[in-house]
Design a protein around this ligand. Structure first.
Ligand code: SAH
Ligand code: SF4
Ligand code: F3S
Length: 446
């Protein structure tokens, strides 16, 4: 029998880490306001779907999910849509999906408790104003991950890449005060966390009026107890020498950078308004590699952007081969309403057939290079941080400083620990590892 009178809330999260971090803030706020967080939508009093709008596919999934929830949710439950799709569609969503009663954009979460209260009394509402002061400093995030902390340091984006909906859904760029980021880092450490990932859409353009990203990295890296420091995603143009020097000098900074390239063709990059050429991107890679030996690089790439020719695509393939990315997140271009890319002439469109073919060739190129490199690493030893149970095989998932995923045998008590492992096998992308016995029993924390 449930004797707990607290209303229950369930939040489902789509999209990037920024959304995951926002969900942690929302759950923190709602649990502090008397709600109990539950793991399933069935029977919950409040269901929130924290959405992504980056590609059409992401939105279609949410529409499908909202349909499914209609039959699952209690009749009196409140269903709310938050995040980027909420911001993009606003009150249209209330018109389109009748069982949704709240639509709240990324800057509106302060009002969640009161809007939910009203919705429970039958008032449907939309809240999609941007608030350039909003960082939710007084919210205490309820973290899902006990091993690493995702810490937003910036909200919004001031770049205007022509394909991208994010400036529309997240508004103008603003940075948190350095002292607030440090406060959050210290509180994460106090809860047993030793790895921090700083978040922002162009995180290295961080500036709080006094401190730049180099200052921020140095300050976070100096917090006692921080053993691993990462950030995502940087923009290639914002890697000043100061920032790269800080990365190289901070002991906790992990030898991995996710460096979105989008295309290897200067002509396409120009049409994307990425503000760098192929050569400038390669130069950024060289500067990072010169300062941080053995830095591993991952990237994002879009294929089938309007006007992308076979030659342009070949340039992307050749950049991928030249650079040797550890991994690449690859996407077929998706036209987003209201973005500048919608204004290219229809004759520039790349057919879905061609885009699919390019995507397959790109993935094969990335995978082929990875397999070769990863086979060459068998027998090597690495320090890993154990993250969570692996999805299959009763193994644990752990990660090296340079972002390789290593599956190791062991029990749940190892989660959160640092171990030395030998890489014994590879699927091509992830590794199998064996704990190196003499290090496994050392006290590892801290
Ligand atoms: N701020 C980050 C990217 C955020 S979106 C950056 O600038 O790198 C994550 C990735 O989604 C992008 O890097 C891009 O590769 C992809 N993406 C964004 N808009 C897209 C679109 N309209 N179609 C396909 N992929 C897109
Ligand atoms: Fe989108 Fe470009 Fe901003 Fe990244 S930098 S969020 S791709 S507009
Ligand atoms: Fe998606 Fe919004 Fe992130 S559009 S990728 S959830 S910033």
């Amino acid at each position: 029998m449930n004797t707990d009178p607290r209303p229950t809330v369930y939040i489902e999260t789509y999209g990037c880490q920024m959304n995951v971090s926002d969900t942690e803030l929302m759950l923190g706020k709602l649990t502090a306001s008397g709600y109990e967080s539950v793991e399933k939508p069935d029977g919950a009093d409040v269901i929130l779907i924290n959405t992504c709008a980056i590609r059409d596919h992401a939105e279609q999934r949410v529409i499908g999910r909202l349909g499914e929830l209609k039959s699952k949710m209690k009749r009196e439950a409140v269903l709310g849509v938050t995040g980027c799709m909420a911001q993009r569609l606003g009150s249209q969503l209330l018109d389109r999906v009748k069982h949704v009663s709240l639509v709240i954009g990324p800057d509106g979460y302060r009002e969640l408790p009161s809007l939910i209260e009203s919705a429970r009394a039958g008032v449907r509402a939309t809240s999609v104003e941007f608030d350039l002061e909003e960082h939710y400093e007084d919210f205490t995030p309820r973290r899902f991950d006990g091993v690493k902390a995702w810490i937003p340091v910036q909200r919004g984006c001031d770049y205007k890449c022509t394909y991208c909906i994010v400036p529309t859904t997240r508004g103008p760029e603003r940075s948190r005060q350095l002292a607030e980021v440090i406060r959050e880092t210290e509180s994460a450490v106090a809860s047993g966390i030793s790895e921090v990932v700083l978040l922002g859409q162009t995180v290295n353009s961080y500036h709080d009026g006094t401190n730049d990203f180099a200052d921020l990295l140095r300050a976070v890296g100096a917090v006692p107890g921080i053993r691993r420091l990462r950030f995502t995603s940087p923009h290639p143009n914002d890697f000043s020498d100061r920032v790269i020097r800080a990365m190289a000098e901070i002991e906790a900074f992990c030898e991995h950078v996710h460096l979105p390239m989008q295309s290897g063709s200067t002509r396409t990059l120009r049409r994307m308004l990425r503000r760098y050429t192929r050569e400038q991107y390669l130069d950024c890679v060289d500067r990072l590699r010169a300062a941080i030996p053995n830095v591993s690089l991952t990237t994002d790439i879009i294929v089938g952007f309007p006007g992308e020719t076979e030659d342009d695509f070949e340039e992307t393939l050749s950049a991928v081969r030249t650079i040797g990315f550890e991994d690449a997140y690859t996407f077929k271009f998706s036209m987003r309403d209201g973005t500048p890319a919608t204004r290219f002439p229809a004759s520039d469109r790349v057919t879905d057939e061609v885009a699919s073919d390019r995507l397959a060739r790109l993935i094969a190129t990335v995978r082929g290079a990875n397999r070769e490199r990863n086979m060459g690493l068998l027998g090597a030893r690495r320090e890993v941080l154990v993250e969570k149970p692996a999805r299959r095989g009763g193994l644990l998932q752990s990660r090296t400083r340079d972002f390789k995923t290593v599956m190791i045998p062991g029990d749940l008590s190892l989660i959160g620990k640092y171990l030395q492992v030998e890489l014994t096998g590879t699927t091509g992308s992830t590794f199998l590892g064996q704990i190196v016995a003499q290090r496994a029993s050392l006290p590892m924390a801290g």
